[in-house]
Every structure is written in structure tokens, then in C-alpha cells.
Design a protein around this ligand. Sequence first.
Ligand SMILES: NC(=O)c1ccc[n+]([C@@H]2O[C@H](COP(=O)([O-])OP(=O)(O)OC[C@H]3O[C@@H](n4cnc5c(N)ncnc54)[C@H](O)[C@@H]3O)[C@@H](O)[C@H]2O)c1
Length: 344
Amino acid sequence: MVGIGIIGCGSITKWRHAPEYDGNKNAKIQGFYDPISDRAREMTSRYGGKIYNTVEEMLADPIIEAVSVCTANSYHAPLSIQALKAGKHVLCEKPMATSVEDAEAMIAAAKEAGKYLMIGHNQRLVEAHKKAKKILASGELGKVITFSTNFSHAGPELWSADKSAKTWFFNKKDAFMGAMGDLGIHKADLIRWLIGDEIKEVKAYVTTLDKKGPDGKLIEIDDNAICLLQSRTGIIGTLTSSWTNYGNENNSTVLYCTEGTMKIYDNPDFPLEIVKKDGEKIYYKIGGIQTNASQTKSGIIDQFVASIEAGTSPEISGEEGLAALRIIFACFESSAKGDKVVLE
Ligand SMILES: NC(=O)c1ccc[n+]([C@@H]2O[C@H](COP(=O)([O-])OP(=O)(O)OC[C@H]3O[C@@H](n4cnc5c(N)ncnc54)[C@H](O)[C@@H]3O)[C@@H](O)[C@H]2O)c1
């Protein structure tokens, strides 16, 4: 039985981490911490465990073996490193850090401590993405030529525990990045995993078009991005992230391959749709994807707990989180320079 502490008690804890640990027979939630103690109290009233007054108090408690870091982005790296140094395994939400150096320091801290660091890239675990990965690996659709991947919705102020323009998601100090860190990072991870190839070059527009902060001025972080990506083997595609798709959430990925096209979460009735070169259509009616309005089990917690129980490194490791982060940072750099950026 793995003793769990949860740091940050906002929406992702409420909808995923807490209920998913609670439903895992090999995990026991031992407590929560949030600077807004009422949020920790609400979680303990539903799931048990104690309210810790500080992160230090939680990390000093030997019944805590592993923690979830579910805070605003800027605190992911320092809190994860603090927890790893205290000898805890860490499941950190995405984006894992706000700089490459911080992400590298997290990976180094996990190695030094001999503890696991896993990142919350749960898109890999939804049914249609798992099936798509298998089909692509089987060669049934030949080789991927091009792709488009998109994660866009109406904005995090409809989701965050602070449901207004005051949410930390709109505040540069706490969030560091906008839709790209919130949504684009999911697709950066997904696409490199699906195609089994690394992105080597990007050209991007990352911009702020519509979201306004509490002062009525445009936020200082991105609310839209359209990025061109090229892989090492020459596959090209687009990655789009947006917080301004009002009335229309888009979480789709389309892969154009030598033997046909694969559409994922493009058709609301069929999460996975294949159209072969000869016109044959194959529809898979398998598990839907989580939306802000409809939460389903992500599976990320089960994978984290299973990895601790089995003593095997998590597949969605710090290194994997860093690879996705590098793509996002390359897009920021490209947009700022107005030129392509080559990833090392
Ligand atoms: N994997 C996913 O699909 C997914 C979905 C949504 C959010 N997230 C990520 O989860 C993280 C949290 O997002 P959310 O939607 O829960 O936000 P939220 O606004 O609902 O809640 C954030 C919580 O963190 C707390 N917090 C802030 N700083 C803290 C600190 N230093 N120590 C402890 N607690 C602190 C806040 O008080 C708040 O209760 C973000 O990084 C976000 O990107 C991931």
C-alpha cells in the first residue's frame, strides 16, 4: 500500500488525482496540502487523510511515500525537487517545469534520490490514442507522412478552482506560459509518442489575441499558437493550441499515412476512424476523451502506483516530459525570432 500526499487541491486534484487514488486498492491518501486550507479540508472530508499546514510538514511525514504535485505551473519544479530530496516518489502535473534547466534538475533529483518521477501526460492513456499507437506500430497504415494535432477550448477560467479572470492560469508569474503549457504540451507529448519519432525543427506563431486578465488588459501569456513541426525522419505537421475556441472544444489528431488516414477524436460518434487508400472505412467506437465538462478516469494514477508497487520506472518519465517541453520552448523561441528553430 503506497501512502500518498497531494500538494495543490484545485480542479485536477478534485476531478482526477484524489478520486483515482481513492479508487486504487494499492494506494492510500494520507493527506493534502493547499495554501487555501479550505480546499484541502474539502478533499479530506471526501477522501480522508489529514490536512498538512505546510509542504515541509507533509514531506517530513514517513507515512507519505509518494506525492502528486498539482499546483500552478511555476511551483512544479521546486516542489517536485523538494519532495524527491525528501525521499518521495513524485507524480508531477504538466507542464513539468517552466525551464529546461528546472526540468533537468528534477530528473537529476530523482536519480540522486533513487525515486520515481512521472509526468501527468495522460493523453497517452486514452483508449483511442492507445489503439492508434498500436495500429501505427503494426504498419497497417504504412508510414506517417503528415499530421495535424489540435487541443483547443474556451479557456481555463471555466475549469480552474478560481473560475474568473483572476485564475492563476492567466497570471505570468504563476503560469509562465498559457495555452501552450496547458494544452499544446499534451499534443507535443502525444505526437512524438504516436509517430515514434523526435521533432527536430519548428516554426511557430505563438500569440495573445483575446483573453483578458482582471485588469481588462490582454494577458501576458499566449492564448493561441499554430506551430509547424518537422520530425527527424521528415514527417511534417501542425500543432495548434487555443484558449479561444468558444463553443467548440477540439482535441483531435489526424495522421495522413501512405496507406490511408487516421482520425482521432475528430468524429464525435467514433473516437477512432480510419479511411484506407481504397476507400474502406473502419470505425472504432472506443472510450471518449476527457473534456472539461465531462471527466473520465485518466489512468495516470494507476500507472504511477503500479510503477511504485512493481519497482519499475514509469514509462511517462521526467525525460519524456522534458522532450515535450523542449518542443514547446522551441515554438516560443521560433515565434519570438520569427524564424525556424532547430532542436538539438
Ligand atoms: N493532465 C491534465 O489533463 C491536466 C488538466 C488540468 C490541469 N492540469 C495541470 O494541473 C495543475 C493544476 O491545475 P488545476 O486545474 O488543478 O488548477 P486550479 O486553479 O484548479 O488549482 C490549483 C491549486 O493549486 C494551489 N496552489 C498554488 N500554488 C501552490 C503551492 N505553492 N503549493 C500548494 N498548492 C498550491 C492553489 O491554491 C489551487 O488550489 C496545472 O499545472 C495544470 O496544468 C493538468
